[in-house]
Design a protein around this ligand. Structure first.
Ligand SMILES: C[S@@+](CC[C@H](N)C(=O)[O-])C[C@H]1O[C@@H](n2cnc3c(N)ncnc32)[C@H](O)[C@@H]1O
Length: 288
């Protein structure tokens, strides 16, 4: 499976009509909230932010207001990725990491910068793989940070060949049992898995209205909190840390809803988080 794929490869990677529709979405996606933020320093994220914003960006001089807002949202999204990497533990420069559902590759590039190790990013969007590869080439790290058009449920990588794997907001596109079975196969014993994800609150019941709105907006299927722990336990992944990031992400959404980059989904996220039907969780687990 390579970067430039023929029809047979595409059919193998995109194994279902659902996966083809997700790939179409990301192949066509050109949202300024992702591209303008990435342009700040060439690190492109497709995830949300955490931490306390500098609210003065909303009131500063008009000439610099939009630019400062963009930089501030980007800073919060980069802080989210940095926290995920903190939970991978000590990865040696000789190590190898997998970014499952890598988007435009921002977290992979940050991981390589931090640990100096090889990183593989996989996405079912060929356009994202092309874009991310270009970023790695621009930085001169294309030998150690590689991106490929692969399905994270069936990557084709060798068994027990990774020291760490993460999903940064990409688990809601797949069946968790299938995903964790593949991660479990790929991780070395003692290897670390980390995900940051939105999940719905089992205590609330079934998905609330705003959670359903988020699902339909992104063509995804947000899982209940319980599904993560059940699927991890079934696949030899033992949680070592669970961090509820809900309170830490709400200010990001409040800033974003007041920005010029508003996409229309901000209200649903805020209603879901503040109403208690939805959590933003980090889960770190070891492969036993
Ligand atoms: C919300 S984006 C997150 C991107 C990236 N992790 C980040 O933090 O910037 C979701 C990503 O999951 C990828 N994805 C969804 N289903 C996938 C699958 N079955 N295999 C590989 N990638 C998948 C999409 O192509 C997209 O890149």
């Amino acid at each position: 499976m390579t970067l430039t794929s023929d029809a047979t490869t595409t059919k193998t990677v995109l194994a279902s009509p659902y996966q083809r529709s997700v790939a179409d979405y990301w192949n066509q996606e050109r949202n300024p909230v992702n591209l303008l933020l990435g342009d700040v320093d060439g690190t492109y994220h497709h995830h949300y932010g955490i931490g306390e914003p500098d609210w003065t960006v909303l009131e500063g001089p008009e000439e610099t207001r939009e630019r400062r807002l963009v930089e501030e949202l980007h800073r919060l999204e980069t802080a989210q990725a940095a926290l995920l990497l903190d939970h991978l533990g000590d990865i040696p420069a000789s190590g190898r990491l997998l970014d499952a559902g890598c988007g435009r590759g921002g977290t992979s590039l940050m991981a390589n910068l931090r640990f100096g190790c090889r990183t593989e990013g996989v996405s079912i969007s060929e356009e994202q793989v092309r874009f991310a590869t270009e970023q790695a080439e621009r930085r001169g790290v294309a030998d150690s940070v590689r991106f490929s058009f692969r399905n994270m449920l069936d990557t084709g990588f060798e068994t027990a060949s990774f020291d760490g794997i993460w999903n940064n907001e990409s688990t809601m596109y797949v069946n968790l049992n299938d995903l964790f079975a593949e991660h479990s196969r790929l991780l070395k014993p003692g290897g670390r898995y980390v995900c940051i994800t939105g999940c719905y609150n089992d205590v609330y019941g079934l998905p609330s209205r705003p959670v359903s709105q988020i699902n339909s907006h992104y063509i995804c299927d947000i899982h209940p909190r319980s599904a993560y722990f059940a699927a991890m336990a079934a696949n030899g992944l033992v949680p070592i840390n669970v961090v509820d990031l809900t309170a830490a992400t709400i200010p990001y959404w409040r800033l974003r809803e007041r920005s010029h980059l508003v996409t229309g989904i901000e209200d649903a996220f805020l209603e879901a988080y503040t109403g208690g039907s939805f959590h933003y969780l980090l889960i770190a687990a070891d492969r036993i």
